[in-house]
Design a binder for this molecule. Structure first.
Ligand SMILES: Nc1ncnc2c1ncn2[C@@H]1O[C@H](COP(=O)(O)OP(=O)(O)OP(=O)(O)O)[C@@H](O)[C@H]1O
Ligand SMILES: [Mg+2]
Length: 309
């Protein structure tokens, strides 16, 4: 990394706006999610994958920023417990992490940091194997802490770890919207199928969004989606929805090296434009009536499944 991430102060109090949040920074209507007028629970979007390194964390950061620009108040949860890196992608340097929350050394308000306009981050810890295997009691404390701030947010974006481990599966399965990220590599498609199979057969998930990343063009992305869709429709009782395609874009890698979200450092890059369109699609497809109690449902489902075992 060439630039050191800037140190960020602790979170400002997350008072809810009285009407619709700040003005959106890019065109499009303000996200219909939680106008701020009613104490609704936020909608929960989990970003997951079978294979690692397919772009989940960059996409989670980009989606959060894009939704924040639409006026939604967004909480990013770095749920890659033990191997977290959303703080680096946002370019913030939090002083406390979920490790302090879980150990009881910090309150959630001390841990959450402001990461972008309308976006706050609950940063995870890196290199802590014990977090990847939380006890039931600690996991409950973690969920309860997030529950205590849920009325301040319209959207919660959860970045999970890769693969069919119970952490990733548990977090993904409990979200209202699950985005499976896949690339064109046969191994990525095979692993995405494996992840979808586990979500479907073990957790009863019946609907998923698929985002194809690092492709050369839209046509290639559609072909990858069709391959995955053919597989799942033959063997699984699940519906895949094509969320869109992100092109392979050197701007993403360059932004990671600079410790800055690519949407901010390369706003006109093809990947940025594509991600803004994807965020619009995701926000517009959100059913407001479906969101009541979304986060409570999320955590309750997690606890019922034994959560991140
Ligand atoms: N559209 C893209 N074009 C070019 N490079 C990309 C693109 N998306 C992601 N990358 C690169 O892929 C690498 C992995 O990205 P990222 O960390 O977001 O993946 P991940 O799925 O979160 O990984 P992990 O499974 O380890 O958590 C990064 O170095 C990033 O620069
Ligand atoms: Mg990641």
């Amino acid at each position: 990394m060439t630039a050191k991430p800037q140190r960020q102060s602790a979170a400002k109090p997350l008072t809810r706006p009285t009407s619709g949040g700040t003005a959106p920074a890019h065109s499009g209507t303000v996200v219909p999610i939680g106008s701020g007028k009613t104490p609704m629970s936020p909608t929960v979007i989990a970003i997951t994958s079978g294979k690692g390194g397919v772009g989940k964390s960059n996409i989670a950061v980009g989606l959060a920023i894009a939704l924040g620009r639409r006026g939604a108040r967004v909480l990013c949860v770095d749920a890659d417990l033990g191997l977290a890196n959303m703080d680096i992608l946002f370019g913030v340097a939090p002083t406390q992490t979920t490790a302090d929350l879980v150990s009881g050394d910090a309150d959630i308000d001390d841990v959450i940091v402001e990461a972008a306009d309308n976006v706050w981050l609950l940063p995870g810890a890196s290199g802590q194997a014990d977090l990847a295997d939380l006890s039931d009691q600690k996991r409950r404390a973690f969920f309860t802490a997030i529950d205590s701030v849920d009325d301040r947010f319209d959207v919660v974006v959860v970045d999970t770890g890769a693969g069919v481990g119970s952490n990733s599966v548990g977090f993904a399965a409990a979200a209202k919207d699950i985005v499976v990220v896949v690339t064109g590599e046969p191994t990525s498609v095979a692993d995405a199928y494996g992840m979808i199979k586990v979500l479907c057969t073990r957790c009863g998930v019946r609907r998923l969004h698929v985002l194809v990343n690092m492709v050369n063009n839209h046509h290639e992305g559609e072909a990858v989606f069709r391959r995955l869709d053919n597989l799942t429709s033959r063997f699984l009782d699940v519906r895949l929805e094509f969320l869109g395609v992100l092109p392979r874009d050197q701007g993403v890698a360059r932004a990671v090296m600079r410790g800055e979200p690519f949407l901010r450092s390369h706003p006109d890059a093809p990947a940025s434009k594509a991600l803004l369109r994807i965020a619009d699609g995701l926000a517009d497809s959100s059913d407001p009536d479906d969101r009541q109690g979304a986060i409570r449902l999320f955590w309750r489902k997690l606890l019922r499944q034994g959560g991140a075992q």
